[in-house]
Design a protein around this ligand. Structure first.
Ligand SMILES: [Zn+2]
Length: 118
């Protein structure tokens, strides 16, 4: 099923959106935007370029992540920025392949000890 509120895909059996608890859910349609991935600024810029090269429309939300709030005043710049991507459901498989190419596992990014090195 698909939540029209958060653009989230989830299990058939679930009657409410697991994220926002909304009952505004329905079958997903090919052009519905669905959540692809979240990544850091550098991966996000690469993925964004790849999507544009492939002519795939996307929704991009940029927000400040933990690295930024912990590093306030340290001149972190965009390094702490998080990118979240949504893409049309019909392009999801293709986009996942693109995302796999550029988005590295982020365990290291989420480790506060690494963030102090910036
Ligand atoms: Zn929802």
């Amino acid at each position: 099923m698909y939540c029209t509120n958060c653009y989230l895909l989830f299990d058939e059996q679930v009657r409410r959106c697991p994220r926002c608890n909304s009952k505004h859910i329905r079958e997903v349609e090919p052009n519905d935007p669905v959540y692809l991935t979240e990544c850091n600024y550098f991966n996000g810029e690469t993925l964004r370029t790849n999507l544009e090269e492939q002519g795939i429309p996307y929704i991009l939300r940029q927000r400040m992540g933990a690295a930024f709030s912990m590093g306030l005043g340290l001149g972190l710049g965009p390094a702490g920025e998080r990118y979240q991507f949504w893409v049309p459901y019909c392009e999801l498989e293709r986009c996942k392949e693109l995302a796999d190419l550029v988005v590295v596992p982020e365990d290291e990014w989420d480790d506060p000890q690494d963030e102090t090195e910036f």
